[in-house]
Ligand binder design. Structure first.
Ligand SMILES: Nc1nc2c(c(=O)[nH]1)N[C@H]1C(S)=C(S)[C@@H](COP(=O)(O)OP(=O)(O)OC[C@H]3O[C@@H](n4cnc5c(=O)[nH]c(N)nc54)[C@H](O)[C@@H]3O)O[C@H]1N2
Ligand SMILES: Nc1nc2c(c(=O)[nH]1)N[C@H]1C(S)=C(S)[C@@H](COP(=O)(O)OP(=O)(O)OC[C@H]3O[C@@H](n4cnc5c(=O)[nH]c(N)nc54)[C@H](O)[C@@H]3O)O[C@H]1N2
Ligand code: SF4
Ligand SMILES: [Mo]
Length: 697
């Protein structure tokens, strides 16, 4: 006999979209779990980065929340019972709805939540709160690529092929993606590509550890990827390297897109991007020579106020050269969060219903309303996008329920967002730790974590996976599903919010049936026996590993070119703010750092913010390596030590965004939004820098 917890449990990492497989073995005495290699999972074959290896540290009650907290009249967060806490949340939200109407209550979700939670949260907003005001942090992540995917292919699945196809293609252009830091086990696919004779082009203003692996590194000025992609397309046309047969058979809109691209002469593109014409020519040569090729984008080109058009231009390049909808060729977006793919499919997005259905589509409303047992007319319409929702806090939106995000650190123009959050009538946060945002709440609900609960995530390949409970949570915490169940009941909705994840998944399957992201044929058992199931997967389907091989998901089955032209970033350097700031990640910290800043080993590796700058720039302003440097934008001022390196352009500085306080990069960033995706411009804003005398810090 053994107890269910005595053996190792096969599950997945709590952090990024790679969703590496791992085994969790309970420690003797039942106090925690140890991570062990799980070599059978094909994505990572046992490899893990430091974050995944150390993830169990956040399960420790030394760093996590273990009891609900309610703010007292004296203004302090004090321990409370679950009954008191849930009563207070329901009362706070109901009061706002009663006085100001249901749309004065907001909900903010996260792409780290399992499919079951994301689904339940969207349903909770529309059915229990009847508010239109729900959106989530995925808006800050891959929304531009999602919008471009929809436009061109009629469907948004980040990667239309499994990662294992990467080594089998001839050339990969990796645009604004740094997997050496953001998905280390995935580097293997690029190493194998090169071992197979394929070539790698990396487009990044910094010579990152990923760019060091490249055959060709293009280092454009931040915010100029659109011109770069159009310049490459111009050269493809000028050199007669288009695939006319593919264009005629499988696409529409080429003439307009071609005309738009032809306005982008190589010399003009060199002027805009800073990438020399010979390098542009070399890139076209490498991309067009082999029979197959891929373009993969991540946050670099996407987190711009023109991210949707930029991704559209890279897709145009793939379509014009016949490198889409074919085996081992295509465009893909490397999604970021643990459930960044599934989290964008099941209804926590402002304009969306489960199964990637549109909230404005009457047939979609009717289908989902029937599953939910409500009148379709009772479903609210689309609400505000994430930044617009945060910006409306304290004015139009007076109360907020937040689950799975830490916007005080991660939102653009964060000082303003923090101010808006502080001006709320009522804030409830469900989290596993006391994040910077949770610390501002009126009620904090401590929830269970990955290793303590079961649920599905959908990784960056569109592969639906099962995370499994491996240990018993501490007595004071409840799951997000239990939170939503308890709140719905208090708001008068007794039924429809089950707490068993598999029951929620069963309902999600029905709600998604017939939609673009159809999960109806996926079961927990199938996921386990097949190492994940790719959607779309209608009842009886084996799942869809590769999309678009026969047809694209548009009405006529053809991919659509988008005619796009270059435009500047929302903010360009001037006399007062002569430099560009770009932001991103380091390997040892995750996102707002709420979880990873609580892990000793990771803090030792990456203890705080820094400002990366070129030696020439450093010499010009008298910056010294390791000494504090102030970075000032129109939004505010941040201070962090200088890190001098010739791996960055001399007109650009870089800051990671994982830390709160003085070094918070998002104090500086520009919330200018992409008109289609509503993505903020995290990757470009104008700044000046000045060394700080230690006594003035
Ligand atoms: N260690 C770690 N891993 C993570 C995460 C984390 O926080 N930490 N987060 C996860 C999530 S949610 C995401 S979304 C992914 C993100 O994964 P990535 O997109 O790989 O990460 P970033 O560092 O944001 O940006 C990638 C690169 O874009 C470059 N860049 C900046 N501006 C531009 C530009 O204008 N054009 C181009 N072409 N490149 C530019 C930066 O220099 C950077 O090297 O990582 C996931 N994995
Ligand atoms: N300057 C700049 N800013 C950026 C970016 C950038 O590149 N540059 N990238 C953007 C991107 S791509 C992203 S994805 C965002 C991410 O930024 P955030 O949305 O802040 O993401 P996290 O830090 O992962 O926050 C997740 C929170 O939810 C908690 N949590 C984890 N799991 C659960 C759960 O199951 N239930 C509940 N209730 N809580 C949970 C964690 O403890 C943490 O407090 O940041 C964006 N901000
Ligand atoms: S690469 Fe991502 S999924 Fe894999 S161990 Fe690291 S954080 Fe976890
Ligand atoms: Mo992300």
């Amino acid at each position: 006999m053994h107890t269910p917890e005595a053996t190792a449990t096969a599950t997945h990492c709590p952090y990024c979209a790679l969703q590496c497989g791992m085994n969790l073995r309970p420690q003797p005495g039942g106090t925690g779990v140890t991570v062990e290699e799980r070599a059978d999972f094909p994505v990572n074959r046992g490899a893990l980065c430091g974050k995944g290896r150390t993830a169990p540290a956040v399960l420790s009650s030394r760093v996590r929340l273990t009891e609900p907290l309610v703010r007292t009249h004296a203004g302090r967060l004090e321990p409370a019972t679950w009954e008191e806490a849930l009563d207070a949340v329901a009362a706070g939200l109901a009061r706002t709805a009663h006085v100001h109407g249901p749309d004065a209550v907001g909900v903010f979700g996260g792409g780290g939540l399992t499919n079951e939670k994301a689904y339940a949260l969207g349903k909770f907003a529309r059915v229990a709160l009847r508010t239109s005001q729900i959106d989530y942090n995925g808006r800050f992540c891959m929304s531009s690529a999602a919008a471009a995917h929809q436009k061109a292919f009629g469907l948004d699945r980040g990667l239309p092929f499994p990662l294992e196809d990467i080594p089998r293609t001839g050339c990969v252009i990796l645009v604004g993606s740094n997997p050496a830091e953001t998905m280390p086990p995935a580097l293997r696919f690029l190493t194998e590509l090169k071992a197979n004779g394929g070539t790698l082009i990396v487009v990044d203003p910094r010579r990152t550890r990923t760019a060091e692996q490249a055959d060709l590194h293009l280092a454009p000025r931040p915010g100029t990827d659109l011109a770069l992609a159009l310049g490459l397309l111009h050269l493809v046309v000028a050199d007669g390297r288009t695939d006319e047969e593919f264009i005629a058979a499988r696409t529409t809109g080429w003439e307009e897109a071609r005309a738009a691209a032809m306005a982008h002469w190589p010399e003009l593109v060199e002027r805009i991007t800073g990438v020399p014409v010979p390098a542009l020519r070399e890139a076209v040569g490498l991309f067009c020579a082999p029979e197959s090729a891929m373009v993969l984008t991540a946050r670099g080109p996407e987190q711009q106020s023109k991210g949707t058009d930029t991704v559209g231009a890279w897709i145009n390049l793939c379509l014009a050269t016949g490198r889409a909808g074919r085996l081992h060729s295509g465009y893909g977006c490397l999604t970021g969060q643990g459930n960044g793919q599934g989290g964008r499919e099941h209804g926590q997005k402002a304009d969306q219903l489960p199964g990637y259905r549109k909230l404005t589509d009457p047939a979609a409303r009717a289908h989902v309303a029937e599953v939910w047992g409500v009148d379709p007319d009772a479903l609210p319409g689309p609400g505000r996008s994430a930044y617009e929702l945060l910006d409306a806090l304290g004015t139009d939106v007076k109360s907020l329920l937040l689950m799975g995000s830490n916007p005080v650190v991660s939102a653009p123009r964060a000082a303003h967002v923090e101010d808006r959050i502080r001006s709320l009538d009522f804030l409830a946060v469900a989290d596993v730790v006391l994040s910077e945002t949770a610390a501002l709440a009126d009620v904090v609900l401590p929830v269970t974590q990955w290793a303590e609960e079961t649920g599905t995530t959908t990784n960056l390949e569109g592969r639906v996976l099962l995370r499994r409970r491996a240990l018993t949570p501490p007595p004071g915490v409840r799951s997000d599903l239990e939170v939503l169940h308890g709140l719905a009941a208090r708001l008068g909705v007794e039924k429809g919010f089950p707490t068993d994840p598999e029951e929620v998944f069963g309902e999600l399957r029905r709600a998604s049936a017939g939609g673009p992201a159809d999960y109806s044929g996926i079961t927990y058992d199938r996921i386990v026996s097949e190492q994940g199931v790719f959607w779309p997967c209608p009842e009886g389907s084996p799942g869809t590993e590769r999309l678009f091989l026969d047809r694209f998901a548009t009405d006529d089955g053809r991919a659509r070119f988008v005619p796009v032209v270059h435009r500047d970033a929302a903010e360009v350097p001037d006399a007062d703010y002569p430099l560009l700031l770009t932001t991103g990640r380091v390997v040892a910290q995750y996102q707002s750092g709420a979880q990873t800043r609580r892990v000793d080993e990771l803090n030792e590796a990456a203890p705080g913010a820094f400002v990366e700058l070129h030696p020439r720039l450093a010499a010009r302003i008298g910056a010294v390596d390791g000494s504090p440097l102030a970075v000032v934008s129109r939004r505010g001022r941040a201070v962090a030590p200088a890190r001098i390196t010739d791996a960055i352009r001399a007109d650009t500085v870089f800051m990671p965004f994982h830390w709160p306080g003085e070094g918070r990069a998002n104090t500086l960033t520009n919330p200018a939004l992409d008109p289609t995706s509503r993505m903020p411009e995290f990757k470009v804003c104008a700044v000046r820098i000045e060394p700080v005398q230690p006594d003035t810090v």
